[in-house]
Design a protein around this ligand. Structure first.
Ligand SMILES: *Cc1c(COP(=O)(O)O)cnc(C)c1O
Length: 341
């Protein structure tokens, strides 16, 4: 197989149209068989539920080439399970998990020429999405939907290595206590855009959102979960039912316990106690871990001892171990690395 003529080392995190995508449509109460198609556009009613009332959920996962030349993806079963939870919360019919997994394999295999080679730092990012295509004008769930998975090759989230970032405590809220923060809904991102554009204008890389009810507890950023390391080397992650359950964060916690022999705990974390933490990172599929060097809370600076030059030592070990498992250099727990080719 001939790889596409792409400058793998200089890709950014942006969309490139690839050859094939999987599409299945839901009509009259059932999903059709679905197929790999060439058309990268979607043609729907102007009154589609996704356009009127943002009835849409999505996932994000990566396929990549391992050291020994296989193409794999990381824990796709958890994405299949999570999009089911997301769909249910927005009254979207569930796309069966085993069909989701099969579609992931098909899209990756059909676009093998776009899967970046090992060592390039680039990966093939997959975007499964479920959205309402049927017309609605009164507020109610639509009757027709589309499930689609497309992929795009993306560069490393951080070019030239992960430098610690500076983030701010936001005055905006991300997710209401009994709202949709725990599901991967497009609407959560639509309402975070003004907050992130504002933060960027002020020179911050990300927003730290607090729990809206008490504004005292750390929730997450717009698209990544927090992971802290305490001064006695314990990994702690915020517990809240309005945080999106990051697969990366859950995997890192397991790596901390089983590979690094560290204690790990998921619990409520107040903003007040963050100043006592030794290390801080943001976890998500795109970057695995982005180290945080400083958090600014209305002019008050919280500077982590790990500094602004490099990741903290535990964060670095977590990063190296998880990426080692993903790339096939370290044997992972059973079922973590799913081989496609
Ligand atoms: C997708 C997402 C994450 C990261 O989840 P992963 O499964 O690790 O990619 C974190 N927070 C939010 C709000 C997200 O949408």
């Amino acid at each position: 197989m001939q790889k596409k003529d792409i400058d793998w080392g200089n890709l950014s995190f942006a969309y490139i149209k690839t050859d094939k995508r999987f599409v299945s449509n839901y009509k009259n109460g059932a999903w059709d068989e679905g197929a790999l198609v060439d058309d990268a556009t979607v043609c729907i009613s102007e009154c589609a539920g996704v356009i009127q009332y943002s009835q849409t959920v999505f996932e994000g996962l990566k396929a990549y080439t391992t050291e020994d030349g296989h193409i794999v993806c990381f824990r796709p079963d958890l994405n299949a399970a999570r999009i089911e939870e997301s769909a249910k919360r927005l009254e979207i019919p569930v796309f069966p998990q085993e069909r989701f997994l099969k579609a992931v394999d098909e899209v990756v295999a059909a676009n093998e020429a776009f899967v970046p080679p090992y060592g390039s730092g680039a990966t093939f990012y997959l975007r499964p999405v479920l959205f309402a295509t049927g017309p609605v004008i009164g507020v109610k769930p639509a009757e027709e939907y589309q499930f689609r998975i497309f992929g795009t090759p993306v560069g490393p989230y951080f070019k030239g290595g992960a430098k610690p970032i500076v983030i701010k405590v936001s005055d905006f809220d991300r997710a209401a206590p009994n709202g949709t923060g725990h599901i991967k809904a497009g609407l959560n991102y639509a309402m975070s855009l003004h907050a992130i554009v504002t933060a960027h204008e002020e020179g911050y890389a990300e927003n730290l959102y607090l729990d809206p009810k008490t504004r005292t507890k750390v929730e997450e950023t717009g698209g990544a979960n927090f992971l802290f390391v305490t001064k006695d080397n314990k990994v702690v992650t915020p517990k809240s039912n309005s945080i999106l359950p990051s697969i990366t964060r859950r995997s890192l916690v397991q790596v901390a316990k089983e590979y690094l022999g560290l204690e790990a705990e998921e619990r409520e974390i107040t903003l007040e106690e963050v100043k006592d933490m030794a290390e801080c990172g943001l976890c998500g599929t795109a970057a695995v871990i982005s180290p945080v060097g400083k958090i600014v809370d209305h002019g008050k600076e919280i500077c982590f001892p790990s500094g602004m030059e490099k990741m903290g030592p535990i964060t670095q070990k977590l990063y190296d171990t998880l990426t080692g498992i993903q790339m096939g250099r370290i044997e992972g727990p059973k079922g973590w690395v799913h081989r496609i080719k």
